[in-house]
Design a protein around this ligand. Structure first.
Ligand code: GDP
Length: 482
């Protein structure tokens, strides 16, 4: 076949297209490592001009044209200001050419010494050569916009960065590998199958066939509701694995709350994060219990229940407690139960409680019958915070509580993200009305509307039907340089 000669109009549109792409996907740069003094710092550049920019400011140790080197190679040399010839730093530059890169664009990473001045100066030099400062999460956003990953995979990147335990990291890594996307594809395929089936019914209405087909369609629709339900059910343990189990240690003075806290922390301290910018900087402490991050909430107040209940008042303590997923209610085995224990128990109504009977190394004074009366059928774990007895059993009890009722959840089916959960709840609602509509023998047209709505909800998870606002919201939560 003879190719038609390309007209001027063709070249005109091609140029316009190229200019628009250049504007939308301009070359971006940022410091990708934590700002502060560190062993190394990395300045990352992504976009069509990345190679051009590095060629202007990098002097390789062995003279070579850095733009022509093989992809995914590392080069030793110096960053030099082309105007003043000032040497900024001794560096290693990695060259990664598209398409097999994080963003699917050309990427250059400058590995320099980790210092606030040196990294900022190198970044400044890169910006001076024409790059634009990247917005938070913009590298990952490009990976999404360029089709390398879906939205759930992009979100997994944040989860990996903020993971508190290896278990949280494991689920995030699975999500990054595209496993949520795969699950959503399976769901979508099933719904699409139904849709095609229904459309065929609309086009070829034959009464006797229809009866049988409707039955089949109903079965599949019910199956889909069940599939979605399973995913939603897994989201509670998923949230806890991702965000931590908010836990309060409660009990009257001197029962051993601080001792228990310290005993738990000493063995399992997972991570301490500062949250600046609040009136009083809150310190969040995490204890790692078999991979579940246990977040000890408002430890300052809870170390002293006395204060919690009496000074800040019952209303306020209820508020603090409302936040908690789990209460460790500490009782002193070496003393008898008192009115105070009952009073505290009253404000804990409806909460998930593990009763921690502390000081079992001392002679037991607590009345077993009374204890049963107080705890009803609750879980009682005997410990000694000082002698470190029973801590393992306490951890087992916490772990079992998290996975309670979810024993059937397969590890790979856990939804950890509340946004995904919300979309699934909506999708389930639409699928339930599909089931109802089939049972009530509504017209196929009506049913297809709900099926499409369910598809749209599922598409939100992977990003296909996500609005620009939603996409922006997600990437705003990233740090700069990621
Ligand atoms: P809190 O007021 O509930 O935080 O109680 P503390 O942790 O400050 O403990 C009160 C006292 O009980 C301290 O003297 C602890 O050393 C002691 N204590 C705490 N746990 C134990 C335990 O398991 N065995 C013994 N023998 N003493 C304990």
């Amino acid at each position: 076949m003879i190719e038609k000669p390309k007209t001027l109009v063709y070249y005109f549109y091609k140029t316009i297209f190229w200019l628009v792409m250049k504007m939308v996907f301009d070359t971006i740069a940022a410091i990708s490592t934590f700002p502060g003094e560190a062993g190394i710092g990395i300045v990352r550049i992504s976009g069509d001009d990345a190679l051009e920019i590095i060629s202007k400011i990098f002097k390789p140790y062995k003279p070579k044209n850095i733009k022509k080197v093989k992809s995914h190679t590392l080069h030793y040399g110096h960053i030099v200001d082309p105007e003043t010839e000032d040497v900024y730093d001794e560096v290693l530059v990695s060259i990664m050419k598209k398409p097999n890169t994080y963003t699917r664009e050309d990427i250059v990473e400058i590995n320099c010494h980790g210092g606030i001045v040196v990294t900022s100066k190198i970044l400044e030099l890169v910006l001076k050569q024409g790059a634009r400062l990247a917005e938070p999460g913009e590298f990952t956003k490009r990976a999404f916009l360029n089709g390398r990953i879906d939205l759930s995979q992009a979100e997994a990147v944040i989860d990996i960065i903020t993971a508190k335990t290896m278990l949280a990291n494991k689920y995030a890594q699975k999500q990054l590998s595209g496993h949520i996307g795969q699950k959503m594809k399976e769901l979508k395929d099933k719904i699409m199958g139904l849709l095609v089936h229904l459309l065929a019914l609309i086009d070829f209405p034959e009464d006797d066939v229809e009866e049988l087909e409707r039955k089949e369609i109903l079965e599949t629709a019910k199956e889909i509701v069940e599939d979605i339900d399973k995913l939603i059910a897994s989201s509670e343990s998923g949230r806890i694995i991702r965000e931590g189990l908010k836990t309060a240690i409660i009990g009257k003075p001197n029962v051993g709350k601080s001792s228990l806290l310290n005993a738990l922390l000493k063995e399992n301290r997972a991570i301490v994060t500062d949250i600046p910018g609040t009136t009083r900087d809150i310190i969040e402490e995490y204890v790692n219990v078999k991979g579940i991050p246990i977040k000890l909430i408002d430890t300052a107040g809870i170390r002293d229940t006395d204060e919690l209940v009496e000074k800040i008042g019952v209303a306020k303590s209820k508020e603090v407690l409302a936040e908690a997923d789990l209460i460790l209610f500490v009782l002193d085995a070496s003393r008898e139960l008192t009115k105070e224990d009952y009073e505290i128990f009253d404000i804990l109504a409806g909460k998930n409680i593990v009763f921690v009977l502390n000081k079992i190394d001392l002679s037991k004074k607590i009345d077993e019958k009374e204890l049963k009366n107080l705890t009803k059928d609750g879980i009682i774990i005997e410990v000694s915070a000082v002698e470190k007895i029973g801590l393992q059993e306490l951890e087992d009890a916490i772990y079992n509580l998290v996975f309670k009722g979810n024993v059937n959840v397969k590890e790979d089916e856990i939804i950890t993200n509340s946004r995904h959960k919300e979309a699934l709840i909506n999708a389930k609602k639409y699928m339930e009305s599909v089931v109802e509509a089939i049972e009530m023998e509504y017209s196929e047209d009506l049913i297809t509307i709900d099926l499409n709505a369910a598809l749209e909800q599922i598409g939100k998870i992977t990003g296909e039907t996500a609005t620009e606002d939603l996409i922006n919201q997600i990437f705003e939560r990233f740090c700069v340089g990621k």
